[in-house]
Design a protein around this ligand. Structure first.
Ligand code: PLP
Length: 389
């Protein structure tokens, strides 16, 4: 069978970076003890009270097709949470429940782009963004940021890139860099979006994991609710990656129109998952706070272990990751990560997998137990020392 041109257009040329991950998986399958600091998945299961709610819902009969845009209860819970956190009012009708933030990104791009439209990505970007843009038939347009500017958007570069573009994807707190965009930066970007008539797709899946600064949703800025689509998810906040529960917030007409995309693709999210999500959102903040505290603690631990080493780290302001600058070793991120894996059994993601601006960096996911993380980072430091000799 010949794959369609559409399918052939999706893969990313930065595939080399993923070779490290694939090698790590293969080594693990061979029985080697590999410490996986590669993927942003938790080292604990979904909290039992959420699983209990899921099971009770399923046993109670919510196992048939569920409401296509999301159950009224869950849409209301999401709207209330967002209104409370951002101070900007939000109706349940503006919320569309989808299977994961990733699908919500795709849906947002399908909502606002036509084939061939440019979508601006700030480099480094979450690794799926270029693929998602191409899957929707649009074309990624890259606006680089610089490590020495904390990977914050260079506003002139971004302004030029947004000219003629249909959408911009923002992600603060950022994966992979850990940057949290300050209000002044968000305000400037909002101004540019209005000037260039460009939609902002704001990926806020790490909105509850902020260690420095304050999370600001661009949707809350004047004139932005009409030109913003916000992406949310319970994957990171409530340890629910496998449940595939996400959503988007859009102008009500857009959310309503996207219902047809849900009908023609996913046909909704299982009712028992939605009920568990509603329980998670209405059960107070304890579960979310505990998950966030784990990453905060590991971030501090990692910074302590790496202090004074040849590996430079700027403490991330939010999220579940660290960006390490290994340029002093003279190796590329890919070579460093591959050799680190083979020689020490520590698997990381080369920065090159997140765009050219992250070359010479590694992304470390803080997703293993504290002691194991500290041990892996000590091995990384020792290895970096041998490269720098
Ligand atoms: N956006 C960012 C920045 C992410 O890091 C992830 C997952 O790692 C997602 C979106 C997708 O999350 P999910 O589809 O699990 O909700």
């Amino acid at each position: 069978m010949t794959p369609s041109a559409r399918l052939r257009a999706i893969p990313d040329p930065a595939g080399d970076a993923w070779a490290v991950f694939e090698r790590a998986v293969a080594l693990k399958a061979e029985g080697r003890d590999v410490t996986m600091l590669s993927i942003g998945d938790h080292d604990t299961t979904t909290p039992h009270p959420i699983l209990d709610a899921m099971i009770a819902s399923a046993r109670g009969g919510h196992t048939g097709y569920a409401a296509m845009s999301g159950t009224p209860g869950l849409r209301a819970a999401i709207a209330e949470r967002a209104s409370l956190r951002t101070g900007a009012p939000l109706t349940p009708e503006a919320v569309l429940v989808l299977p994961g933030g990733q699908f919500a990104l795709f849906a947002a791009l399908m909502a606002v782009t036509d084939p061939g439209d440019a979508v601006v990505l700030l480099d480094p970007y979450y690794a799926t963004y270029p693929l998602t843009v191409r899957s929707a038939g649009a074309v990624p347009r890259i606006a680089p940021t610089r490590p020495d500017a904390g990977f914050l958007p260079d506003l002139d570069t971004l302004d030029a890139a947004m000219s003629g573009a249909r959408a911009l994807i923002l992600n603060s707190p950022n994966n992979p860099t850990g940057a949290v965009y300050p209000r002044a930066v968000m305000e400037r970007i909002a101004g540019m979006a209005i000037r260039h008539d460009c939609t902002i797709i704001s990926d806020e899946v790490y909105d509850g994991q902020v260690w420095e600064g304050t999370h600001l949703s661009p949707r809350t800025l004047p004139g932005m609710a009409e030109r913003c689509i916000v992406i949310g998810s319970l994957s990171k906040s409530h340890v629910m990656t496998g449940a595939r529960l996400g959503w988007l917030v859009a102008p009500e007409g857009t959310a309503l129109a996207l219902r047809d995309l849900a009908i023609s693709t996913t046909y909704g999210v299982p009712g028992f998952i939605q009920d568990a999500a509603e329980f998670a959102l209405r059960d107070g903040d304890a579960i979310e706070a505990e998950a966030a505290a784990r990453y905060r603690r590991r971030r501090d631990l990692a910074v302590e272990v790496l202090a004074g080493s040849p590996v430079r780290v700027s403490p991330p302001q939010g999220g579940m990751y660290l960006m390490l600058d290994i340029r002093p070793t003279g190796l590329s991120g890919i070579d460093f990560a591959m050799r680190l894996l083979e020689e020490t059994g520590v698997a990381t993601m080369p920065g090159e997998g997140f765009g050219k601006a992250a070359a010479g960096h590694l992304r470390v996911a803080l997703t293993v137990a504290d002691e194991r993380l500290a041990d892996a980072l000590r091995r990384l430091v020792t290895f970096a020392g041998t490269c720098a000799d």
